[in-house]
Design a protein around this ligand. Structure first.
Ligand code: SAH
Length: 384
């Protein structure tokens, strides 16, 4: 039997409609509060079960659902959930293996880089169960090494420390491995995110199909995922821009290692566009970081995205292609399309949407959890 807490009567909490979180202010805790990290049943004000979740009274998000039934995560369920998530990605050597709420494991993110794994514990409940999780992963996948990327700032909100270490305790040097047909330098202990932007791997391949014979600008290139794939597919030239020096160094090294003709420069993309108003490209990729991290930053983010798309549209040749993405969940697909329309109107360009793109299957959208629906993109052709 799990300890049960109730949703307070009052303004309807999102958890009553299927959202997997309950906020501290929404619940009535009768008696002493549960221990942080414990499994707790949540009920509606009438006592009907809404599911079982991980409790953390230190966080505003006090309850995160892992099951619709009132059962403990400890015992068989943890292994069942990890195994099911891994099986859903069977056959993918480089991918996100476990994605938090979307795999019913709130706060657990696991990425696979061939025989290496990275694990992030973003909630107290998952952090407490890391020894069991590492044990399950060792048995299931026999990885060469597991990197604990517990450096995310959100761990502070859960009352957790920040660190990066390996399961073996040995340091792990950056290494070369094949990612999407290109040798990439993978630095699991030092790279951004867990090393790479796995959510864009499918798009690297898709955009590369359009790159042959084109002059390509890969803006916000990170380690050059789009640009290198385009160079390999026969682009006439590739220029990648990123503000991170480490990322640009890795991109240049990868171009050399793969024998690809692609240039990478450290630059602020906004400044670069200001300084290069006369340049012409036939394919421009815009893949910026999330501009809207909070509700209040949405209007500023929309202005930033519009400015970028406007600048890119102005530099494209007739027949050119714009592949443009946003990973801010607060900027919806419709909002993003509208701001591109605004930009096309200002730039006086005639353009058509060839494709709407979305998250890859290893980052599934959990219904009733809009926070999991974050990545959207448009592939647009300039007619004139
Ligand atoms: N396109 C990449 C992922 C890009 S993530 C891929 O497919 O792998 C966003 C990138 O934008 C990060 O690498 C970050 O370093 C970079 N960045 C953030 N702000 C920037 C700016 N103003 N100018 C240039 N790069 C920026």
């Amino acid at each position: 039997m799990l300890r049960a807490i109730r949703i307070r009567p009052g303004p309807p909490a999102r958890s009553l409609r299927g959202h997997p979180w309950a906020f501290l202010g929404e619940v009535d805790v009768a008696g002493p509060p549960p221990v942080d990290g414990d499994c707790v049943e949540l009920t509606d004000p009438k006592g009907r079960c809404l599911g079982a979740g991980l409790w953390n009274g230190k966080s505003q998000i006090a309850w995160r659902r892992y099951s619709r039934r009132p059962i403990s995560l400890d015992g068989a369920l943890l292994e069942e959930l990890v195994t099911a998530a891994v099986q859903r990605r069977a056959g993918k050597p480089v991918c996100r293996l476990v994605w938090s709420e979307a795999d019913s494991l709130p706060g657990l993110v696991i990425d696979r880089y061939n025989d290496l794994l990275t694990v992030q514990a973003l909630t107290c409940g998952i952090d407490r169960r890391l020894p069991q999780i590492l044990d399950i992963l060792q048995r299931l996948l026999k990885p060469r090494e597991i990197v604990l990327r517990n450096d995310a700032a959100t761990r502070k909100l859960e009352g957790l420390d920040q660190h990066i270490r390996t399961a073996s305790g040995q340091p792990l040097a950056p290494c070369w491995m094949e990612v999407g047909g290109v040798q990439a330098s993978v630095d699991l202990m030092g790279g951004q995110k867990t090393g790479m932007y796995l959510d864009q791997l499918d798009q690297h391949a898709r955009v590369a199909q359009l790159a042959k014979g084109r002059r390509v600008l890969d803006a916000f290139c990170n380690q050059g995922g789009f640009g290198l794939a385009c160079a390999k597919a026969g682009a006439t030239s590739v220029l990648g821009l990123d503000s991170s020096e480490d990322a640009v160094v890795a991109a240049r090294a990868a171009a050399e290692r793969n024998g690809l003709n692609a240039q990478f420069e450290v630059a602020n993309v906004f400044d670069w566009f200001t300084e290069h108003r006369e340049a012409t490209y036939d394919l421009i990729i815009l893949d910026p970081p999330p501009f809207a991290r909070s509700k209040d930053s949405v209007p500023g983010a929309v202005r930033g995205y519009k400015e970028l798309n406007l600048r890119a549209l102005r530099l494209l040749s007739p027949g050119g292609i714009l592949a443009t993405y946003s990973c801010s969940h607060r900027v919806t697909e419709e909002m993003y399309l509208e701001l591109i329309e605004d930009a096309a109107s200002d730039a006086r360009r005639e353009a058509v949407v060839l494709e709407r793109t979305s998250q890859p299957a290893d980052h599934p959208v959990l219904l009733n959890f809009p926070e999991s629906r974050y990545l959207k993109g448009f592939i647009i052709e300039i007619r004139a």
